[in-house]
Design a protein around this ligand. Structure first.
Ligand code: ZN
Length: 144
C-alpha cells in the first residue's frame, strides 16, 4: 500500500526526467551529473550549467540524506492527500553529493518531530504499476 492514496497523481515522465524515473522504477536513486566536469544536478537538465556540456552520466545516491529544509502541509492541495494531512514535504541533501537536493516526504514520524539537519533513510514507496517513489524516514525510527 502506498503512502498516499491511489488517487494521488502519478509522476509523468518529461523529456529530462525519464532516466531519473526509470531509476526509481528499479528502486535506485540516481542523480544526473555532467560527464565532462562531474557537476551534479537535480532536477535533470539537458545541459551543464557549469561547462555547457550536454554529456551526462548517472550517479547512485547514498540511502541516507539530511533534512535541509521542510514544511508541514496542513491544507490539501489535491483531494487525494486530504486523509494524509498533516504530512511533511522536505528538501533533502546528500552530503556525499554536493549540489543535489531532492524534494520528498518524511514519513513514519510525527511531523512535529522533524528537524533541519535530521538524518533520514531512504525507503521505496510502491505506488503500483511497477513504479516506486523515494521517501524518507528518520534513522532512529528504523533502529527502534
Ligand atoms: Zn559540466
Amino acid at each position: 500500500m502506498s503512502y498516499f492514496p491511489k488517487e494521488m497523481p502519478r509522476p509523468v515522465p518529461a523529456m529530462n526526467d525519464t532516466e531519473f524515473l526509470r531509476g526509481c522504477a528499479e528502486r535506485h536513486l540516481r542523480f544526473q551529473a555532467c560527464a565532462a566536469c562531474g557537476m551534479l544536478r537535480h532536477p535533470p537538465m539537458p545541459i551543464c550549467s557549469h561547462c555547457h556540456s550536454t554529456a551526462e552520466k548517472w550517479v547512485e545516491a547514498p540511502t541516507t540524506a539530511k533534512v535541509y529544509s521542510f514544511t508541514v502541509v496542513h491544507h490539501a492541495s489535491h483531494p487525494a492527500v486530504k486523509a494524509s494531512l498533516p504530512y511533511v514535504v522536505a528538501l533533502l541533501e546528500f552530503p556525499a553529493l554536493p549540489g543535489v537536493r531532492l524534494v520528498s516526504n518524511i514519513t513514519h514520524v510525527d511531523p512535529s518531530e522533524v528537524r533541519i539537519g535530521m538524518q533520514v533513510d531512504l525507503w521505496w514507496d510502491d505506488i503500483g504499476e511497477d513504479m516506486f517513489l523515494p521517501r524518507f524516514r528518520p534513522m532512529e525510527k528504523i533502529k527502534a
